[in-house]
Design a binder for this molecule. Sequence first.
Ligand code: GLA
Length: 427
Amino acid sequence: MGKKNWKRTFLAGLLILTLTACGAKETTQQPPEPTVSQKTEATKSPEATLTPEPTKSPEVTLASEVTLAPEPTKAADIIQTDEAASIKDVFAEQGWKAGTCLSDQMIRNQSCVELIKANFNSITFENHMKPDYIFNKNESRKSGDLVVEFSSTVDLMLDWCRENDMAVRGHTLVWYSQTPNWIFYEDFDKKKPLVSRDVMLARMESFIRQVFEQLEEMGYLELFYAYDVVNEAWMEDGTMRDCLWLQTIGEDYLWYAFYYADKYAPEYIDLYYNDYNEQYKTDALYNFVQTLVDENGNYLIDGIGLQAHLYTDDSIDKYLKTVEKLGSTGLKVNLTELDVCLGSWMEIKPATEANLKEQGRYYYELIGGLMKLAREGKVEMDALTFWGFADNLSWRKERSPLMFDSSYKPKYAYFGALQQLEKAGFD
Ligand code: GLA
């Protein structure tokens, strides 16, 4: 579907003139060639060696290795907060949606449900729409094509989103992790060789098409306002992450992922590139997203998702500079998985009163800083998603990163996010 003509085409046009053509090989689907090089000139950040790897090992994981979020503890009484205090109301004043990740366990727990309904209006599935969860191996083998089949949990969760007026961010299509290895092999059999570039491109196109077609047939597509097309493809030194997508297709797999998503997604769904350690890969991301243009120089991408898995020792100023630089591409910038651990990656601090206050101030200053950038027109943001809400349900639960404690009581961080200076830990 041709679209996004209104995007900052001059930028893309300029790039076409200055960058070299990629020279993709012929494919079975014969899609157009990428118009620009996928390589970036990003230089290595001096901090790169010290940066965390918040996700898993660079190997593609198997479904069986995926750990689900822990079960919510039995409902402590739902917290009584100030009547006016709601993350979604405060964010709405900025024109932002307020998001959280969601697991099926959360919607079975009344305290979680109340807390989510009070504070959020956007949902990202923590796991169930990741590649590990959406392919049917037997059917793929039978048909010879990669077959997408969403689980009944996806129906359950999307029904819940609809009943509770939640918009949805799709997460995620093309990723090195939480993706079954067998999709890359001949006959979907890991004992056989990896498939050719042409076959993998055809599988990629088919899978992306099926995702959007099936969500439409199931009547859910209109809930979606954004989709993470590619997750975590760049390294801090400005090189591309090694993965089976890269090995089978080549460097332009990223361009094709956006080309196919643009072809099959409806106009109202914004297409995102999403990554972590963004403040250490800013140049790589800045250069890369500008290569995602069609033959007319129009962007195939709508937004840059910054995961924002942060630490209270991380520089807020540096982070805001990243947001501002990426905002200058003309693409939307959304924080997609915000959580702020105590201390640093190397040295975790305990959840003392003083450290929790520091965290409150961090949330206050970070979110206040983002609001200021948006008000000044330096970045176009329309949603900020937290990677959960209660510490006990977080993937980094030992590090107390979220706005509510394990009894669902609000922390200083909650009031920081609400921009309530006097309750956010400032003495
Ligand atoms: C990354 C992914 C998320 C999630 C977190 C860990 O940030 O984008 O989907 O897997 O890692 O929970």
